[in-house]
Structure formats: C-alpha cells, structure tokens
Design a protein around this ligand. Structure first.
Ligand SMILES: *[C@@H]1O[C@H](CO)[C@@H](O)[C@H](O)[C@H]1NC(C)=O
Ligand SMILES: *[C@@H]1O[C@H](CO)[C@@H](O)[C@H](O)[C@H]1NC(C)=O
Length: 337
C-alpha cells in the first residue's frame, strides 16, 4: 500500500501516531538569499520562505542565532525558528508575460497561508517505528540541495530526491518526476525537496553549501543505506512539500502549441532540473534532538504547537521593495525564461 493511502485510511497525520510532520505558512516572498548571496539586496532570483522571523539578507553563521533573534515562527511547532526556502513558480503565458503561481495549504491544514509542509524523519516515511538514531543539526548548520545552474536530466540525477508530482487529487503522491509535468494537473503540482542524510560531523557549512553533507554510500535513506566514512553522521531527513496551485493556468488553450509546458522557476529554468532548496537550522535548544530521541511516529509530546492563525500572523518586512505579482514582462531580477 502506498503511504498516501495508508495516511488517508488510518488518519496517519493525527496526533495519535506520527513522524514529525507540520505545516508552516509563508513568512515572506522576496529576492533574498542569505545562504548563496549573503548581504545582497536583492539576490539573484525570487524565493518563498517559511520559518522564523529573524530571516534576513545575511544571517552570519557565528552570530545570528535564529532562536534568540526570532520573535515568532510561521511553523506549527513554536520551537522551530529555522528557515526553509525554495525558488518561486511562474506561469509563462503565450504572449511571453509571467504570472506568479500561488501556493496552497494541504488537506488538514486549511487556512494556512501558502507555505510548505515540513517533515523530519529518522527512517523512511512509511516506517512507523522511526527507530534509527539520528543526530540533530547544530546551531549554525545550513545546507543547500539542488543546483540552480542545472539544465539536463543527467545533471539532475546528482540529487536523488527533488521531484514533481502532478496532483490528480489531494491524495496524489506519485509518480514523482525530476522535471516539470507535461500535462495539466487538476489539484496542482507538488514539489518535493528531500535533503541529504549524512553529515561530515564537523562543518556547519561548506563553500558550495553542499559538500559537508552526502547521500548514503549504498542503498538509499529509505532502505537504511549506511553513510559513507567521509560523512559518517546520520542526520534526519528533511522533506519539504510545496503545493503550487496551478488551477487558474490549466486551460490547455493557454499552453504552448509545441507541446511543451508553461511553468518556469523564478531562476529562469523551464525544465525543472534546476530545482533547489535551502535550509538554515534554528530549533530552540535541544528540542529537535529530544523529539527525535522519542522515536514517536510524531506524537510530538515534547514540542509546543501554535494555531494556524498565529502562524499566519508571523511575517518579516519587505526589504527589497519590488513587485513580483501581476503579469510581468520579465521575472524579478530581469530574468527571461
Ligand atoms: C536585518 O539586518 C539588518 C541589517 O543588519 C538589521 O538592521 C535588521 O534589524 C535585521 N532584521 C531582522 C528581522 O533581524
Ligand atoms: C498576456 O496573456 C495573459 C494570459 O492570457 C493575459 O492575461 C495578459 O493580459 C496578456 N498581456 C498582454 C500585454 O497582452
């Protein structure tokens, strides 16, 4: 049985059993990237960001302590002041103009303003025991998955688990593809980012924000594959699910006549192979480790929650001052796709 049908059949995502799965509403949409373009206002392309409100153009690895500087978070668990971000999806019309695709909340989280659903896992999603020991991230830890310069399927294979799902209905979780769906998707496009699960145990970051983490050396995270000796520390798998609400763009008459698909990333990529996401750890104290050690299929009894209304209230101010909505002749940053 696929996990999605298990979820629906057994109420997997109620608080009675669980792995860590929670909603985070939109914190902000801005052309900022404290990881890849620190201090640059604006950064190269537009991002959509969730998490703690200490998010800023630069977040110094030594001095910017997210739980200390943040006063609120858009995530359901109030100990999580981390930031998570991805590029933004646009629809490219036949006349060459672009319109931002809205995001929507998932079932059970209705009322959440856009954002994403975040998972932390010790073992595969379908493994209810979640019994592996994993080491929570340390303050200052950050990483990037994916590569904004990638344009081919072969390149995209470097990252095993950055995928697109064409949702036929709310429960659709497969198949997952590494490029944009070629057909209209009645319930939107779910884009998944799964981060690597092995850490070198030393570095909180690396020059390309990727080399300090790695995938299992054989098998997969899901099959319990071992970490390589260069990156021996097993860290939780973070999965981000973003649902892009493409409904208003599903009129096939508006799609390109040559059979290609009309969606592009804010970075200018129209293939989907440049899919990427960023993470800056910001859980308070040892709250994440404590939770992981409980091996609960997330009762999350050690964590505090807030309401969706409270999540939606947390935002940051506009630091860039640019219009990224309406029909645009160029993507923010003068990018053409
Ligand atoms: C962002 O950084 C600027 C410049 O360092 C600072 O003035 C501002 O208070 C910071 N904002 C937040 C929300 O931390
Ligand atoms: C371009 O196409 C879109 C979608 O059909 C339409 O809403 C918009 O008004 C058009 N813009 C121009 C300048 O024709």
């Amino acid at each position: 049985m696929k996990w999605s049908s298990v979820a629906v059949a057994s109420g997997l995502f109620t608080s009675s059993n669980a792995l860590l799965r929670f909603g985070c509403s939109q914190l902000t949409v801005q052309r900022l990237d404290p990881l890849v373009n620190p201090g640059l206002i604006p950064s190269t392309h537009l991002h959509q960001i969730i998490g703690g409100n200490s998010f800023n153009a630069s977040m110094d690895i030594k001095t910017h302590d997210l739980p200390t500087v943040s006063t609120c978070t858009t995530c359901q668990f109030t100990e999580d002041f981390s930031n998570y971000w991805t590029a933004v999806l646009y629809f490219k019309a036949k006349n060459g103009t672009y319109k931002r695709v809205p995001q929507r909340a998932q079932q059970g989280m209705e009322g959440t303003n856009g954002g994403m659903v975040v998972y932390y896992m010790s073992d595969a999603l379908f493994d209810t025991a979640q019994k592996s020991s994993v080491t929570a991230f340390k303050p200052g830890f950050r990483m990037l998955v994916g590569d904004v310069t990638y344009t081919t399927r072969d390149q995209a294979r470097d990252f095993r688990q950055l995928t697109y799902t064409c949702m036929q209905n709310e429960g659709t979780r497969s198949p997952e593809y590494v490029d944009f769906p070629k057909t209209t998707c009645p319930s939107g496009i779910m884009i998944n980012h799964r981060f690597p699960t092995c850490w070198d145990g030393v570095n909180l970051d690396s020059p390309n924000h990727r080399d300090h983490v790695a995938y299992p050396e054989s098998g997969t995270f899901e099959s319990g594959g071992p970490c390589p000796s260069t990156h021996p520390v097993k860290i939780p798998q973070i999965l981000l699910e973003t649902v892009w609400d493409t409904k208003q763009f599903n009129n096939k008459a508006d799609w390109p006549a040559d059979g290609s698909q009309p969606f592009v990333w804010s970075s200018g990529d129209g293939t989907g192979f440049a899919n990427h996401a960023d993470y800056v750890f910001g859980w308070k104290g040892d709250s994440l480790q404590k939770h992981l050690d409980s091996h609960s299929y997330v009762t999350a009894s050690t964590l505090k929650t807030q309401t969706i209304a409270q999540q939606n209230k947390c935002t940051v101010k506009d630091m860039v001052g640019e219009n990224f909505d309406g029909w645009l002749t160029k993507l923010p940053g003068d990018i053409m796709a």
